[in-house]
Design a protein around this ligand. Structure first.
Ligand code: GLN
Length: 477
């Protein structure tokens, strides 16, 4: 069996540092786990030697009482975030041989806090997908049940934590890509408020939606990572200049006076009854801790998927125009003219889902259709955001399912993109509105697959979500 079971930073901090419990020892165990379950295909690259060297260095630092915020925290990073001198592939053939020239701000912050980056994780190409099956290096398996998808697009980041390949990881969430895979793999995944975490050095999919956020075994570890990576960054004009709280300090177990809304549109017949049951149990538990619940309504919910797929494909078609074979990335060898070179490089380099989105995005932005689709979807986006702002006048946060089902079979939805898109039905509205949300594990279904539930918060109030999540986890233990 696998040599480390799920291991949190508290476990690490509570242990006596000896040779068995050195950072080196922990890193070696993770590397061994990765090797033992290579078939999970969670990584695009593993930094074996470098993580060992960093672990040795950290052990020395700790001996000299030089502890930083994340010393010894072993973390994996979605391969869509830049690390200086490392391959940055976005799981795409078009960037197969591309190496980053600089560190993303989140990476710089992780390095400054002495976290150990163990490798880059597999994902859906350019973060487009819900199952991890759109990767040019092949799909990632769900470590809980290898016949199932781990969710996507941050498939490898979720799998890495669930399979004990790392203590935590970074993913990105444009429409659910942190929360849905966290739910499918039975771990915690947090999508911060838009603007909370710098996007400098993150390869853009849909710039007004994308956010980087943590995966972890529990909400305390998610809070630790968030606290380090969050904050204003002069290199990202959309990052907010709002102070980052000390999250752990405020995770004090006190939920009295909290009011949680249950959006009625999220509990219709399409929701799997076992997930519904699990949520009902969670509600009873939280009531026993003094939380009040009220039903609320988000009337524009039915428009979220169409608005999301119009706006994100529009932004993607523009963002991905830069991969032209001329500046960087794959260049086709079979071209005679410049135009042929553009067309062939892109045709050879991009996978089918990325092409589908570029076509859709180009269409909704084209003159004649711009007003009918793109502009209308922008208006709908505003209405969806207003729905949330209205309900947040009366409640502190919302509780919903993370996904309509638990992890589905590999291959089950690859032939039907629309069905795939519908698995994001409970997550995309959060990105349309720029809100923070967390997915936490909530037991298992009859097939032993993890169930995820989602808490959605007010802008910049990750704190309340983490505090509630923490209480729920302690009950599970
Ligand atoms: N599954 C959604 C999509 O394919 C979300 C992706 C994401 O959050 N990166 O667009």
């Amino acid at each position: 069996m696998h040599s480390v079971s799920s291991y949190s930073y508290d476990d690490f901090l509570n242990q006596t540092p000896d040779n068995n419990n050195s950072v080196l020892n922990i890193v070696e165990k993770y590397l061994k786990n990765i090797e033992l379950r290579k078939n999970i295909n969670a990584f695009t690259e593993v930094y074996n030697e470098e993580s060992i060297a960093n672990a040795k260095k950290t052990d020395q630092e700790l001996k000299s009482n030089n502890k930083k915020k994340l010393s010894g925290f072993v973390i994996a990073v979605k391969d869509i975030i830049s690390i200086e001198g490392k391959k940055l592939t976005c799981a795409s053939k078009i960037l197969k041989d591309f190496t980053s020239l600089y560190d993303a701000t989140v990476i710089k912050k992780l390095k400054d806090a002495d976290a150990i980056i163990i490798g880059k994780t597999n994902c859906d190409e350019f973060a487009m997908g819900s199952s991890g099956e759109n990767s040019s290096i092949g799909k990632t398996l769900n470590p809980v049940n290898e016949a199932k998808v781990p969710g996507g697009s941050s498939s490898g980041s979720a799998a890495a934590v669930a399979a004990n390949f790392s203590m935590g990881s970074l993913g990105t969430d444009t429409g659910g890509s942190i929360r849905q895979p966290a739910g499918f793999c039975g771990i915690v995944g947090l999508k911060p408020t838009y603007g909370r975490v710098s996007r400098y050095g993150l390869v853009a999919f849909a710039s007004s939606f994308d956010q980087i956020g943590p995966f972890a075994n529990n909400s305390r570890d998610a809070a630790r990572i968030l606290e380090v990576i969050a904050g204003h960054d002069p290199l990202d004009s959309t990052s907010a200049n709002i102070p980052v709280p000390n999250y752990l300090e405020k995770m004090n177990g006190d939920l009295k006076n909290l009011k949680i809304g249950l959006p009625k549109e999220y509990f219709d017949d399409s929701l799997n009854p076992e997930i519904k049951k699990s949520i009902e149990l969670k509600i009873e538990f939280l009531k026993s801790k003094g939380v009040k619940f009220v039903e609320v309504s988000l009337p524009h919910t039915e428009y979220t998927i169409p608005a999301y797929y119009i706006l994100t494909t529009a932004e993607a078609s523009s963002n991905l125009a830069r991969y032209d074979g001329a500046r960087y990335g794959h260049r086709s060898k079979n071209s005679n003219t410049m135009e042929e070179m553009f067309v062939n490089s892109r045709s050879e380099g991009f996978g089918n889902e990325v092409k589908r989105r570029i076509m859709l995005g180009t269409y909704v932005l084209s003159s004649g259709y711009y007003d009918a689709y793109y502009k209308k979807a922008q208006k709908v986006r505003r209405l969806i955001q207003k729905d949330f702002l209205d309900v947040f006048k009366n409640v502190d946060c919302l509780l919903t399912p993370t996904s309509p089902t638990t992890a589905f079979n590999l291959g089950e939805k690859t032939k039907n993109p629309l069905e795939m898109y519908l698995s994001d039905i409970y997550t995309v509205s959060v990105n349309l509105a720029g809100l923070p949300a967390i997915s936490i594990p909530s037991g298992k279904d009859k097939n032993n697959l993890p169930i995820g539930i989602q808490l959605i918060g007010k802008h910049f109030d990750e704190q309340t979500l983490l505090k509630i999540a923490d209480v729920c986890e302690n009950n599970l233990n």
